[in-house]
Design a protein around this ligand. Structure first.
Ligand code: TTP
Ligand code: MG
Length: 433
């Protein structure tokens, strides 16, 4: 472990929502929820103003609408988030060549080669960094600095929103041990539940557990690594070249499962989670893989490759379920996983793909839904950028019943006026990124 807090972890605050508030001045300081607007859509993120009402990432959009009905509900604009992300990563690389991006809005930076980095100076390095990011992108970032990746990430979490936390070397255990066990990377609900049965609820509880007990409960590899982390022992280097070539999610069951309906439901759930992870990292993928470990520990996997990349949860879920049908599960399954590979950077405008199925388009006003037989209406998704021949640049506020309402404002203009048009008004077009 280093004796200086020379690892930074940076994470943008309410990333997608912050970009929306930047570009839509009338929404600044207001609850904003970004995500899938279709009937089965989930929340990608919520502004801090909406989080007060209990809205959070991965929640069904329908539930978010109940919890915070007065929020603005917007589709995603991935191309814009990607541009902001590139700018942020470039700012980080000006600080050090050792930058490891983890997702669109999150990265580690290693300052080990920078002379004079210590508890005091790293504070001003982080402050300058935050100021520069805000200047170039107009969104805010939180930064943690510590002697290890684990502690830097935990520090940035504590710094949220819009702050800096430095963990001085020597203070790691005092910071780490009171935290809930879920704060460790790799501890999801299943692991947490297993540890709870041993009376382990904080990181300190796990550190106090004899290693053989941790290994007996969590398995050799997982048990060893979590036990090490719980003692703040983390020598993972910042790895700049890390490229995600695939994403996958798997679940191990306490008992073998042979019930086909249950396995199908679990496959769908895994597909939903892997799609979340995929979209979060700004990717789409062509190859879907279903992996299973059978009752006798044989591992089987089946893959299918699409003609083009997708990030559509229904497509991924349908393929994963088909692949499940190709495996003989009659003896029971103890592990199931769904993965997506052959990844591409997200290039489609997801506003156009969010509702490309046979479902009704979503609207700001729920009573205002349009008939699916009106092909034009589908094009206007709340949040998307449009241009009107006379009024100029704006964004779709809502649509339905053959009409579309647009607010004419941009990041530069300040809050602007609202106008309603016929959905097929030839003067109104999509703005291309
Ligand atoms: P996070 O950094 O986890 O969340 P955040 O930036 O919105 O909020 P904060 O960091 O201040 O707590 O994720 C970054 C972006 O990734 C987020 O804005 C939207 C997207 N995302 C999803 O699409 N699905 C998810 O389940 C999560 C957690 C994030
Ligand atoms: Mg973030």
């Amino acid at each position: 472990m280093r004796d200086r807090p020379s690892i930074l972890h940076l994470d943008l605050d309410a990333f997608f929502a912050a970009v929306e508030q930047r570009d839509k001045p009338s929404l600044r300081g207001k609850p904003v929820v970004v995500g899938g607007l279709g009937p089965r859509g989930v929340v990608s993120t919520a502004s801090y103003e909406a989080r007060v009402f209990g809205v959070h990432s991965a929640m069904p959009m329908a539930q978010a609408r109940v919890r915070c009905p007065h929020a603005a509900f917007l589709g995603t604009r991935f191309a814009v988030y990607q541009t902001v992300s590139r700018t942020v990563m470039a700012v980080l690389r000006e600080l050090s060549p050792l930058v490891e991006p983890l997702s669109l809005d999150e990265a580690f930076v290693d300052l080990a080669d920078r002379p004079g980095v210590n508890v005091e100076t790293v504070q001003s390095v982080a402050a300058d960094l935050r100021a520069k990011i805000n200047e170039r992108t107009a969104v805010t970032a939180s930064v943690g600095a510590a002697s290890t990746k684990l502690m830097a990430k935990i520090a940035s979490e504590q710094a949220k929103p819009d702050g800096i936390v430095v963990v001085p070397p020597g203070d790691e255990l005092a910071v780490l041990h009171p935290l809930p066990i879920r704060s460790l990377p790799g501890v999801g609900p299943a692991t947490a539940a297993r540890l709870a049965r041993l009376g382990v609820s904080t990181v300190g509880d796990l550190a106090a557990l004899p290693l053989p007990e941790a290994v007996a409960t969590l398995g050799e590899a997982h048990g060893q690594s979590l036990h090490r982390l719980s003692q703040a022992r983390d020598d993972r280097p910042v790895a700049p070249e890390r490229e995600s070539k695939s994403v996958s999610i798997e679940d191990t069951f306490d008992d073998d499962i042979a019930n086909p309906a249950l396995l199908q439901a679990m496959t769908q759930h895994l597909a939903e989670r892997v799609t979340q992870r995929l979209t979060r990292s700004g990717h789409s993928g062509r190859t879907i893989t279903l992996k299973a470990r059978l009752h006798d520990f044989t591992a089987v996997s089946r893959s299918a490759t699409l003609p083009g990349p997708t990030d559509d949860v229904r497509t991924i879920s349908r393929l994963a379920t088909q692949l499940l049908g190709e495996i003989d599960v009659t003896g029971g399954v103890r592990l199931l996983g769904v993965g997506v590979s052959a990844l591409s950077e997200w290039t489609q405008d997801d506003l156009f793909t969010a509702d490309d199925g046979d479902e009704e388009p979503a609207d700001v006003a729920p009573h205002d839904t349009a008939s699916v037989s009106e092909p034009d209406v589908r094009r206007w998704v709340p949040g998307m950028d449009v241009v009107h021949a006379v009024e100029g640049a704006g964004w779709v506020w809502g649509s339905g019943l053959g009409r579309v309402t647009v607010r004419f404002e941009t990041a530069e203009t300040g809050p602007g006026p609202v106008r309603t048009f016929a959905a097929d008004d030839p003067d109104l077009t999509h703005a291309r990124a």
